[in-house]
Design a protein around this ligand. Structure first.
Ligand code: ATP
Length: 544
């Protein structure tokens, strides 16, 4: 089986990440702290570029998405409304022999604390019954530590978006359909953090809540709801899209994003959650998986993949919960609906009214509201349609930054073995990051460091480039060594300032132009001669 090879690859990746300053163990000098990781100089740049790429794609380049940056600690009522206080838990079991604590659904993979290299089944100890373990980290707000001051570190960024929905709607001049995006830290006290940074206790998320009209509203306005046809991207959003097409659209948009930063489609898996796996309020959820080296294999030996992102159609559950718990209205007024409703015949009005009523009543009853009250409230909600009022539904693409960083590193990792003229061979690492996310975009290298003219020119080029992108200046060691160092850091381009730069010579001949440099490409090692004035535009085109 290829299993050991995968582990070997992970070992190489972990050691490279430490050696080159991508990822360190948090608090390493004190022996580390399980489930927490720090990003070193290269990792911090990589992470920043990934988040910038997401923000640019999801917010800046779209007219229909606005950004948000909320606090990590929020009113604990938010977590009651969202269901996290009651249900955000994993089933935990203890081993009576080795005293290890495990997730009941993952016992076959967890290292036994007594024999860390072995799995828990080696231990064969008797296990306790599973019990729910809430994953939220608790703290206290203010000087008094009692039940009334308990607060939580947010386990996801999404809830702040729902809580601020009305404020953003009012201040951003957006109208449904539109989205609110946020990037930020999230905390989960995972029972068993594992697979390097894949399952951490502190991590970052990039989340979008995209608010859409309920299907009944789309039908009232457009006369019908378009049905998804065939595979692939459904194209530009249309007014007659219901939740199914919006959901499909976001799945495809997100896959395009991953491809655009260098994860080929064949490394990703689109996994549709089964009915049993779906949350009770979700209509459909697609997980985008990446085939990590540590992923399990199917019967054909193919990697199955692990979750990078989940894209869920969550109905109007979240806004409805916050409306009930806060007592503040979370619905919107939609003039197009109000006008369209008046023009529907009675039979159509009755049909849409009934469907909306049933959906609202179903939600209320599932949330514990008694049947009589649920019927009364649902009637009020359905009556709101005629006034142009409803609670938006939502599609949620929710991605983890750290898992994506690990996927990008794993995917970029490659080795080359080169033999020198004396027959000595050496294997070295090249990280083939896409230029958009590469931590260093370009390294500027004077051929010799003891030639002041070369150094002055190199500094001039470096100072121009560093204003626009992350550039690195390196004058230490042979040029071959310096290229190899940059390959290992994943730098896609090197600019070398050599004597031709100064003299306007090319291949020993006067070329009639000064100020050219060697532009060296990491992939394939191709070198081309480029005018200094063209370096910046050439690079900008590739790294943006
Ligand atoms: P899993 O099933 O792997 O625990 P999840 O389904 O609970 O993940 P979500 O609640 O959907 O995850 O969170 C959205 C995204 O946040 C995930 O797709 C993942 O990328 C990231 N994420 C969640 N938990 C962690 C974690 N413990 N460490 C790192 N990233 C995480």
């Amino acid at each position: 089986m290829a299993e050991p090879k995968s582990n070997e690859l992970m070992e190489k990746i972990v050691s490279l990440c430490k050696r080159r300053g991508f990822i360190y163990q948090s608090s390493e000098i004190y022996g580390g702290i399980n489930g927490f990781w720090d990003y070193g100089p290269l990792g911090a740049e990589l992470k920043r570029h990934v988040k910038d790429a997401w923000w640019k794609t999801m917010v800046r380049l779209r007219d229909d998405v606005a950004g948000l940056e909320a606090t990590i600690i929020m009113s604990p009522k938010i977590w009651q409304a969202s269901g996290h206080v009651d249900t955000f838990s994993d089933p935990m079991i203890d081993c009576k022999t080795c005293k290890g604590r495990f997730r009941a659904d993952q016992t076959d993979e967890i290292p036994c604390p007594q024999k860390p290299s072995k799995c828990v089944n080696e231990c064969h100890g008797e296990k306790t019954e599973p019990r729910a373990f809430n994953l939220m980290f608790q703290t206290y707000v203010g000087p008094v530590q009692d039940d009334s001051s308990v607060a939580y570190l947010r386990p996801e960024t999404a809830q702040a978006i729902f809580a601020q929905f009305k404020n953003v709607l009012e201040t951003s001049r957006q109208r449904v359909p539109f989205g609110i995006a946020q990037i930020g830290k999230a905390f989960r006290n995972e029972v068993t953090p594992r697979n390097y940074t894949f399952r951490s206790r502190e991590f970052e998320q990039m989340e979008l809540e995209f608010f859409i009209r309920p299907d009944e509203v789309v039908e009232a306005i457009c006369g019908g709801v378009a049905k998804p046809e065939g595979d692939g991207h459904p194209g530009d959003p249309q007014p007659n899209w219901g939740w199914q097409l919006w959901h499909k659209y976001w799945v495809e948009e997100r896959i395009r994003f991953y491809e655009g930063i260098g994860l080929p489609r064949n490394t990703l898996v689109e996994y549709w959650q089964t009915r049993q796996e779906l949350a009770h309020y979700a209509r459909a959820t697609v997980d985008i998986l990446y085939k990590f080296p540590f992923s399990k294999r199917d019967e054909k030996g193919e990697l199955k993949g692990e979750e990078l992102e989940g894209i869920a159609a969550r109905s109007d559950f979240d806004l409805s919960q916050h409306e009930r718990f806060s007592g503040k209205p979370m619905g919107v007024f939609d003039e197009e609906l109000r006008v369209a409703w008046k023009n529907l015949d009675q039979a159509k009005q009755d049909e849409l009214w009934k469907r909306y009523y049933e959906a609202r009543k179903g939600y209320l009853e599932r949330s514990g509201v008694d049947a009589e009250q649920a019927s009364k409230d649902a009637t009020e909600d359905a009556d709101g349609l005629a006034r142009g009022q409803y609670i938006p539904h939502v599609i949620e693409p929710s991605a983890g930054v750290d898992r994506l960083i690990l996927a990008l590193i794993a995917d970029a990792y490659s080795e080359v073995t080169e033999t020198d003229p004396k027959g000595k061979s050496e294997t070295r690492v090249i990280l083939k990051f896409h230029p958009r996310v590469a931590p260093i975009k370009v390294a500027v290298l004077p051929l010799l460091k003891n030639k002041p003219e070369l150094v002055a020119k190199a500094m001039q080029v470096f100072n121009t480039l560093r204003r626009e992108m992350n550039a690195y200046y390196d004058d230490g060691g042979s040029i071959g060594r310096r290229y190899a160092r940059q390959d290992e850091a994943g730098t896609p381009f090197c600019v070398t300032i050599d004597f031709e730069t100064l003299e306007g010579m090319k291949d020993g001949e006067w070329a009639g132009q000064t100020d050219t440099v060697t532009l060296r490409h990491r992939d394939g090692g191709r070198q081309e001669r480029v005018k200094i004035s063209e370096v910046l535009p050439v690079l900008l085109e590739r790294v943006r």
